[in-house]
Design a protein around this ligand. Structure first.
Ligand code: DC
Length: 235
């Protein structure tokens, strides 16, 4: 039972939007774990569409085929409180869909209105019960427009490329800082410049520039803001 009048017992809807490599996933996971909320990474759905399309040999320009594929996508997200598993046809593709090529493909299929529409219902169902942290590009604007907290998470291009470089190095994947700067900038342009549901700062966005902040500092800043809006740990 909630003790604060403004705290819905079901838990808040927390939307986190921001550009590629801004650290949304890291902070969203940590916030969900701290509050006992569910975590939904909507980028995995667009990645799963691009991944499945590549497997099926579908052209990334073929909107009709991609929309049908998205509508029938046999995808399941499983959050165990620490890790989010992405299952396609019950096969764990969580690591495979993190490849940069899949991210580029996801950004491309995400420009197609038919694909976005096909994935919207699923995302809204995952968020409707509250007690959820959902990250993506259009969560506060389209998927959960009534979210109690809409965060726009940002960081400089150089810092985002540097974070991506460290992540890839940890996974033993070779890349250069210059190459990542170019890739991240290209993705920014595609995600913010598209006609349908572009990434943008909303009038009611709570903006956090994480340049120079470590993950723990970002987590504490977000938790503090969430608590001022009535978030409490769910047990
Ligand atoms: O967050 P990410 O890098 O995993 O997302 C992959 C791509 O999917 C991203 O470049 C744009 C797209 N995307 C989107 O358009 N809307 C969302 N809510 C989430 C992701």
């Amino acid at each position: 039972m909630s003790t604060q009048e403004n705290a819905p017992p079901r838990g808040l809807q927390i939307a986190i939007d921001g550009p590629a490599a801004s650290g949304k996933g890291t902070v969203a996971r940590a916030v969900a774990a701290a509050l006992g909320y569910t975590y939904v990474d909507t980028g995995t759905l667009y990645r799963a569409v691009a991944f499945q399309a590549a497997r099926a040999g579908i052209d990334l320009e073929d909107e009709v085929a991609l929309s049908r594929l998205a509508a029938e996508l046999p995808v399941r997200l499983h959050w165990d409180g620490v890790r989010l598993a992405v299952l396609l046809d019950e096969q764990d593709v969580s690591s495979a869909i993190r490849a940069e090529s899949v991210g580029q493909g996801a950004s491309k299929v995400a420009t197609l209105p038919g694909v976005r529409q096909a994935l919207l219902d699923l995302q809204q169902r995952l968020g409707q019960a509250g007690g959820v942290v959902m990250d993506g590009r259009d969560i506060g604007s389209v998927v959960m427009p009534d979210a109690e907290l809409k965060i726009y998470l940002d960081a400089s291009l150089e810092e985002r490329a540097q974070r991506r470089l460290l992540e890839l190095q940890r996974r033993g994947i070779e890349a250069t800082f210059e190459q990542l700067c170019r890739e991240v900038a290209a993705r920014d342009a595609q995600d913010s410049g598209r006609a349908v549901a572009p990434l943008r700062v909303l009038p009611d966005s709570w903006r956090l520039d994480t340049t120079g902040m470590n993950p723990e500092q970002v987590l504490q800043a977000v938790l503090e803001e969430a608590r001022t809006r009535g978030a409490q740990e769910l047990v």
